[in-house]
Design a protein around this ligand. Structure first.
Ligand code: AMP
Length: 308
């Protein structure tokens, strides 16, 4: 049995419009997307908060994926975090219309005892002050990973810099990495992020794949060329969840494992964007994941030039 992955992040009701359609108050949130993606590889312990307007069937769905909800609080009379946004034909850019922190504004995460021994920790997108509170309660983690977004880069920069000092791996999309570091080149932005703390930085470039910077080397993974993209929401979170879930399942953090984890992250993200909300992940099977991993190998394979 792989070691569990501890995840803290937003649990949300999202309203999203894309060129393919529109959904209102649907299941979303960084912790939900990344938790469900990670659950295909390893057990997940979730930390978060919802209001009593959060439909019980969403909690049931998370439980049905084997996700431990002992660290999820439900606030009586409280309202769940809500995010509203839209995408134009550039599906890499999410336009935020509204962010309501609601119950996250006063959330004080207290980890159940069983969570404090977590070896793999993913600080998914949420207030970096909450990410720090969770991190400080974990006793002896093996791998700590964080994600964030422009909302927190603008609003909670100092706390975010503190998080970056303390994690092993940081995920960011290319625009966020540029915004945080002030560097226009993605390569320089990634190096500047490494200088802030994390040994490894993973830059997500949406439908153009992801770059992994570790030490002074880097690795480029393409994204899977999909014919139909329905909703890019949660691509980054399902990528990160697939990544850390795979690493936990392997139980090692070698460079070779991290590279494969980037590809598994891309596989999970590529499925996620095929439907609104987490809908595609509801029917996803291990066989689907394995066959898309193999398809990835095909499209990214090069012969050694000396063999041609
Ligand atoms: P992404 O993987 O970047 O597409 O993340 C999408 C998810 O992020 C949505 O389901 C939102 O509920 C969530 N989200 C949006 N804004 C924030 C925020 N400021 N803090 C935490 N989560 C957010």
């Amino acid at each position: 049995m792989p070691a569990p992955v501890l995840i803290v992040g937003s649990m949300a009701l999202d309203s999203v419009k894309t060129p393919a359609g529109e959904v209102k108050d649907t299941l979303g949130g960084a912790a939900d997307y990344s938790g469900v993606a990670a659950s295909f590889f390893a057990p997940v312990q979730l930390v978060g908060v919802v209001g009593d307007d959060f439909p019980p069937e969403h909690l049931e769905f998370l439980r049905s994926r084997g996700i431990d909800l002992a660290g999820v609080q439900t606030v009586a009379g409280g309202k769940t975090f809500r995010w509203a946004g839209y995408y134009d034909f550039d599906l890499n850019v999410a336009h935020t219309l509204d962010t309501q922190l609601n119950v996250f504004a006063d959330f004080q995460p207290t980890l159940p005892d069983a969570y404090k021994q977590a070896k793999y920790v993913f600080l998914a997108n949420i207030d970096p002050a909450l990410q720090l509170q969770v991190l400080s309660q974990v006793e002896d983690p093996l791998l700590t990973v964080c994600d964030t977004m422009n909302f927190w880069i603008e609003g909670k920069r100092d706390a975010l810099l503190e998080v970056l000092k303390r994690v092993d791996i940081a995920f960011m999309n290319d625009a966020e990495a540029r915004q945080l570091t002030g560097q226009l080149s993605v390569i320089k932005a990634a190096r500047a992020l490494q200088a802030l703390g994390p040994k490894t930085v993973i830059i997500k470039k949406g439908e153009h794949g992801a770059l992994l910077f570790s030490g002074d080397t880097h690795f480029a993974a393409p994204s899977f060329p999909l014919e139909d993209i329905t909703d890019p929401t949660g691509a980054g979170d399902s990528f990160a969840g697939g990544f850390i879930g795979y690493v936990a399942a392997q139980g090692d953090t070698s460079a070779a494992t991290l590279k494969k984890a980037v590809v598994y992250g891309s596989v999970l993200a590529s499925f996620n964007v095929e439907g609104f909300s987490l809908n595609r992940l509801r029917t996803l099977t291990q066989a689907d994941i394995d066959s898309r991993y193999r398809a990835f190998q095909e499209i990214a394979h090069f012969e050694d030039i000396s063999l041609i």
